[in-house]
Design a protein around this ligand. Structure first.
Ligand code: GLC
Ligand code: CA
Length: 555
C-alpha cells in the first residue's frame, strides 16, 4: 500500500463557535484557537479541520456562506487566520478548510444578484424553475432541513431549489461559471498555504436532468436524484485538477453512500477524493438519521465498520470518526454515562485502531457528554425546529419531542468546550452564546491534564501508539466474534507484526477466549483502560467497557 502523509495523520476538528472565546464576547473565535494550538498539538494530532470560518448569517451556523474568500468578523479576520495557519504549520500541523459548495447563503452576493432578473448573469448560478401552474412547486422534493425544497419568488415568478434550509439555495453546478468559482475558491485558500479541504455534502452537487419527482419520504424526498448525480465524477475530477497542483488532501462528506460506492470516488491514483466521511457506522442506534432513534445494536455497528474496512483495504483509505458537529456525543450513544471514562477510552480504541485516518472532534478527547435542555426554545438549530414540526404532525407531545431533541439533536455536540471549572467552563469571560453543560465542574481539560488516567491522557497514548506502529496504520483487518452482542474483536497484520483489539460494549462480565492462533502470553499488552489485566489460560473475563490491545512481534 502506497504510504502517504494523509494516511499517517490524525485530525482534530474545530467547530469554531464553541471552541474558545478569545475576545470576551461569548463566541468562540480564532484568538481562542491561536491560544490553544499547543494544546491541540499535545493531543497527538497532525492537522486541524475547521468547520466554516467564513462570513455567514448563521442560519446553519456557518454552513450557509456569504463570502467564500474571507473570515467571519465573529471569528477574526484574514490576518488573524494567517497567524493561526502559520502557528499550526510551525507546530507541524496542517490546516483544512470546510468547503461548502452545494449551496451558498441566500445573503451571498451571487444570490442577491440572481434575484434581480432572469437576464442577470448570476441567475443561472442557482437552480431556478417555473412552478407547475396553480402555485405548485416544480417537483415534489422535500428539503432535509425545512419542509419543501422549493421557495417561491413572486417577482420572478420562479422557485429556487434548497435541499437544506431555505437560506441555503443550491448552486447550479451544471453552470461552468459556478465550477470556475469553486476552483477559484480552492486556489485562494491553497495559495495562502491551507493544506486541503473537507468538502461538505459534496456528492450532492450534481442533480438529475429534468429534476424528476422523487420517491415520497417524510424528509428529503428526491434525494435519489442528487445523492450521486449524473455529472458528479466529472465535476469532482475537474476540481481535482486544481488540487493536483498542490500537496494537499480532500475528504468528502457523503451521506447515503455505501462502501462499494465509495470506491468510485476514493480508489486509485486518479481518485477524486482521498477519503470519504461515511455515515453507516453512525446508524447503529437510529434509522437513517439520528432523530429516528432505536436501541443501540453493536452488531449493526460492527457490520458497518467491517464493510468499510474490508471493501476499502488495499484500494482506498477510510476516515475514522465517531463524533463531529452533526451528531450527539458518542458516550451517550454507544458508551455509558455510568462508565464514562472506561467507555470513552474503549470507543476511541475500537475506532482509531482500525485502518484509516482518525478524526477527533473538539471535546471528545475529554469525554464531553450530551446536554439536557428544559424547553425547546433553548435550542438553536434549524434541524431541531424542522423535526419539531414533523414529530408534532405525527402526534408527538411537546414533552415527548423535548426528550427526543435532548437525545438526538446535533446541538449536543455544540456546547462550549469545557476548559476548566471556573465560571462558563473557562470558555469565555461572559455568558456564552449557547449553554455550557453543567457537568463542566467534573469534565474539563484542566482536570484531565492533571490526571494521568484521564481520557485526554489516554487519547495521547493511543494516537502516539498508532503513529509509532505501522501495523496500526497499514495493517490489514480481520474481525472475530462477529455474532457477539457484547464484544468487538479484530486483528491487524503487517509483515511480522500483529495487533489484537478487544473491546467490550457492556457492563456485564463476558468470557473472552483468544481466537485461534493467538497466544496472549506472548503478546505485549500495549493499551488498556483498566490497571491490572490478568489473563488465565489464553482467556480473560471482561470488565465493564473494557478494552485491551495486544501487540505480537515476529509472528
Ligand atoms: C453537512 C454539514 C452540516 C450542514 C449540512 C448542510 O452535513 O456537516 O453541519 O448542516 O451539511 O451544509
Ligand atoms: Ca469571541
Amino acid at each position: 500500500m502506497e504510504n502517504s502523509w494523509y494516511k499517517e495523520m490524525a485530525v482534530y476538528q474545530i467547530w469554531p463557535r464553541s471552541f474558545k472565546d478569545g475576545n470576551g464576547d461569548g463566541i468562540g473565535d480564532l484568538y481562542g484557537v491561536l491560544d490553544k494550538l499547543d494544546y491541540i498539538k499535545s493531543i497527538g494530532v497532525d492537522a486541524i479541520w475547521f468547520s466554516p470560518l467564513y462570513p455567514s448569517p448563521n442560519a446553519d451556523y456557518g454552513y450557509d456562506i456569504a463570502d467564500y474568500k474571507n473570515i467571519s468578523p465573529e471569528y477574526g479576520d484574514l490576518e488573524l487566520f494567517k497567524k493561526v495557519l502559520d502557528g499550526a504549520h510551525e507546530r507541524g500541523m496542517r490546516v483544512f478548510m470546510d468547503l461548502v459548495v452545494n449551496h451558498t447563503s441566500d445573503e451571498h452576493p451571487w444570490f442577491k444578484e440572481s434575484l434581480k432578473g432572469k437576464d442577470n448573469p448570476y441567475h443561472d448560478y442557482y437552480i431556478w424553475r417555473k412552478g407547475k401552474g396553480d402555485k405548485k412547486p416544480p417537483n415534489n422534493w422535500l428539503s432535509t432541513f425545512e419542509g419543501g425544497a422549493w421557495e417561491y419568488n413572486e417577482e420572478l415568478d420562479e422557485y429556487y431549489l434548497h435541499v437544506f434550509a431555505k437560506k441555503q439555495p443550491d448552486l447550479n453546478m451544471d453552470n461552468p461559471k459556478v465550477r470556475e468559482e469553486v476552483k477559484s475558491i480552492m486556489r485562494f485558500w491553497l495559495d495562502m498555504g491551507v493544506d486541503g479541504f473537507r468538502e461538505d455534502v459534496i456528492t450532492f452537487i450534481s442533480k438529475a436532468e429534468g429534476l424528476p419527482d422523487g420517491f415520497p419520504l417524510p424528509v428529503a424526498t428526491g434525494i435519489e436524484h442528487y445523492k450521486k448525480g449524473p455529472h458528479i465524477h466529472e465535476y469532482l475530477r475537474e476540481f481535482r485538477e486544481v488540487l493536483n497542483d498542490y500537496d494537499c488532501f480532500v475528504v468528502g462528506e457523503s451521506p447515503m453512500t455505501g462502501s462499494k460506492d465509495a470506491l468510485e470516488f476514493t480508489a486509485g491514483e486518479d481518485r477524486e477524493l482521498d477519503m470519504m466521511i461515511s455515515f453507516d457506522h453512525m446508524q447503529a442506534d437510529c434509522i437513517m438519521t439520528d432523530t429516528i432513534a432505536t436501541p443501540f445494536s453493536l452488531r449493526k455497528m460492527k457490520k458497518a465498520f467491517t464493510h468499510w474496512q474490508e471493501d476499502l483495504y488495499g484500494k482506498a483509505w477510510n476516515a475514522l470518526y465517531i463524533e463531529n458537529h452533526d451528531h450527539p456525543r458518542i458516550i451517550n450513544r454507544y458508551g455509558s454515562l455510568k462508565y464514562r471514562v472506561e467507555s470513552a477510552k474503549m470507543l476511541a480504541t475500537m475506532c482509531y485502531l482500525q485502518c484509516g485516518t482518525p478524526f477527533v472532534y473538539q471535546g471528545q478527547e475529554i469525554g464531553m457528554t450530551n446536554i439536557t435542555l428544559s424547553s425547546i426554545d433553548q435550542f438553536r438549530d434549524v434541524v431541531t425546529f424542522n423535526n419539531e414540526r414533523l414529530f408534532k404532525k405525527f402526534g408527538f407531545s411537546d414533552k415527548k419531542y423535548l426528550e427526543i431533541a435532548n437525545r438526538t439533536s446535533r446541538e449536543n455536540a455544540r456546547t462550549p468546550v469545557q476548559w476548566d471549572n471556573s465560571q462558563y467552563a473557562g470558555f469565555s469571560t461572559v455568558e456564552p452564546w449557547f449553554y455550557v453543560n453543567p457537568n463542566y465542574t467534573e469534565i474539563n481539560v484542566a482536570d484531565a491534564e492533571k490526571d494521568p488516567n484521564s481520557i485526554l491522557n489516554y487519547y495521547r497514548k493511543l494516537l502516539k501508539f498508532r503513529k509509532e506502529h505501522k501495523v496500526a496504520i497499514y495493517g490489514d483487518y480481520k474481525e472475530h466474534y462477529k455474532n457477539s452482542r457484547s464484544l468487538y474483536v479484530y486483528e491487524r497484520n503487517l509483515d511480522s507484526q500483529r495487533l489484537l483489539v478487544v473491546s467490550s460494549f457492556t457492563e456485564k462480565h463476558v468470557q473472552f477466549e483468544a481466537p485461534e492462533g493467538f497466544d496472549l502470553s506472548k503478546g505485549e499488552l500495549v493499551l488498556s483502560n483498566y490497571r491490572m489485566c490478568p489473563v488465565t489460560k489464553n482467556s480473560f473475563v471482561t470488565r465493564p467497557y473494557e478494552t485491551r490491545v495486544y501487540l505480537f512481534d515476529e509472528v
